[in-house]
Design a protein around this ligand. Structure first.
Ligand code: PLP
Length: 444
């Protein structure tokens, strides 16, 4: 028997046959309200006419042009648009086909920068525990998500770890936020000094964590402190905005809300809102100038770099976001969604935290609110919520707890930016139903 390999080798998921606006329909006629944008991808909803038209127009002219031979107007225009709206001098754009590729590109760009700077001994990256930066071997090595890494461990490069900035679970009740933040920065500085700053390439973090901790923003001043340490020791700061970028938090780049400029930014997911697989890397002038003045070549490349139809989709998404003032809509609707969630779950015994920025919203599920004690990870509450939500006609993005109890089950909501208040109300109502069913299902 021939077969398509699915993520879960024992279960064939429903077959999606049609997607429109906020909804996806399967071959059995079930309709699902997309409260997660897939995995924080579909920021314009499904079948947006402007994006489809832009892709069709591009297909009709130049469907493909290998980047070793040609550039295209559409790729150039996309790069200009991303750079002009980025903070600081993040003026240089490299286009790839997804988030993991964007991270791999970032790692190689950072490494080559130091090689060409006469500092080849800089080999180490620092990243945080409980982070996820992608599934290719380099990106997986960077991430601090132990269960994903375990089967591949001997193949992964060594990455130094520091604590995540995870106020809800990791800040002791006795400590104020300022001291907690200062402690994290001291830890990072000690790690840099232990490694020897001359050996460190960069520090990578998500401005708002998505794939491992549902929508956890940093505490005030954290990223300013990170930037200061990177400057002090000549280390690059890489912001992974694959999930939180491209308007998801209410600004085009999530890091804008922290008031700092990273050296490198990785993008994916919402960049083309799911209409094409696209990722991008933005780099500051000093990095690209070093390579230009040195070898003159970035030692990298993929067959589908700067794919014209992918670029057309991403450019159309950018234009719709601007024309329809969707960034302010995200801020407003995000506030409304969190208010509705607080109304529905503010006193729920198993909802420990409701948080996020813009339409990037997380719920952390706990056995006990006072102690924040997570559920036994073997119960797989997150998966039960996802299954129950699908039965209620709702798509949510689940994340499991860890065996060491350092993280509970999470549910991430990342609806399309076009969601109306009525859609948000439906999301909360269906989630309420799904959570009740899931808690019932895991009860012994
Ligand atoms: N970085 C972050 C923060 C992500 O959330 C993801 C995917 O979830 C990636 C990188 C990898 O992106 P992709 O799955 O497109 O390779």
């Amino acid at each position: 028997m021939t077969q398509l390999i699915h993520r879960n080798l024992r279960i064939t998921p429903p077959s999606a046959v049609c997607a429109f606006g906020m909804y996806v329909r399967d071959s059995d006629g079930n309709t699902y309200l997309d409260a997660s944008g897939g995995a924080a991808v579909s920021s314009l909803g499904h079948s947006h006419p402007d994006v489809l038209a832009a892709m069709q127009a591009q297909l009709a002219t130049t469907a493909y042009a290998h980047s070793a031979f040609f550039t295209t107007d559409v790729a150039e225009e996309l790069a200009t648009c991303l750079a002009q709206n980025a903070p600081g001098d993040l003026n240089n754009v490299y286009l790839v086909s997804g988030g993991s590729e964007a991270i791999e590109t970032s790692l190689k760009l950072a490494r080559q920068y130091f090689v060409e700077n006469g500092e080849p001994e800089r080999r180490v990256f620092i990243a945080r525990r409980q982070s996820y930066h992608g599934n290719t071997l380099g990106a997986l090595a960077l991430g601090g998500n132990e269960w994903r890494r375990k089967p591949f461990a001997p193949l992964l490069m060594d990455v130094a770890r520091v604590s995540p900035c995870y106020d809800y679970r990791e800040r002791p009740a006795s400590q104020d936020v300022q001291d907690y933040t200062a402690g994290l920065l001291v830890e990072l500085e000690h790690r840099i000094l232990d490694l020897g700053p001359q050996n460190v390439i960069g520090f990578c973090a998500e401005p708002v964590v998505g794939a491992t901790l549902g929508a956890v923003a940093a505490t005030p001043g954290y990223f300013k402190g990170v930037r200061a340490l990177c400057d002090k020791y000549g280390i690059l700061f890489i912001a992974d905005e694959v999930m939180c970028g491209m308007g998801r938090t209410g600004t085009l780049y999530a890091i804008e809300q922290e008031g700092v400029v990273p050296d490198i930014v990785a993008l994916g997911k919402g960049l083309a809102a799911g209409y094409q697989p696209v990722g991008a890397v933005l780099a500051r002038d000093h990095i690209v100038e070093r390579l230009r003045a040195g070898s003159g070549v970035f030692q990298h490349g993929h067959t589908y770099n700067a794919h014209p139809v992918a670029a057309a989709a991403a450019l159309a998404v950018q234009k719709v976001i601007r024309r329809d003032a969707l960034l302010s809509a995200v801020t407003m609707r995000g506030t409304a969604l969190r208010r509705m969630l607080r109304d529905a779950f503010g006193n729920h015994p198993n909802v420990g935290d409701i948080r996020g920025r813009g339409l990037f919203v997380g719920l952390e599920l706990v056995q006990e609110r006072e102690t924040k004690r997570p559920f036994d990870p073997d119960l797989k509450l997150h998966a039960a919520v996802k299954t129950a939500a699908m039965a209620c006609g709702l798509m949510v993005y689940p994340m499991g707890g860890t065996a060491d109890g350092r993280r509970g089950d999470h549910i991430l909501l990342a609806p399309p930016f076009i969601a109306t208040e009525a859609d948000l109300g439906q999301i909360v109502a269906r989630l309420s139903d799904a959570l009740a069913r899931a808690l019932e299902a895991i009860r012994p």
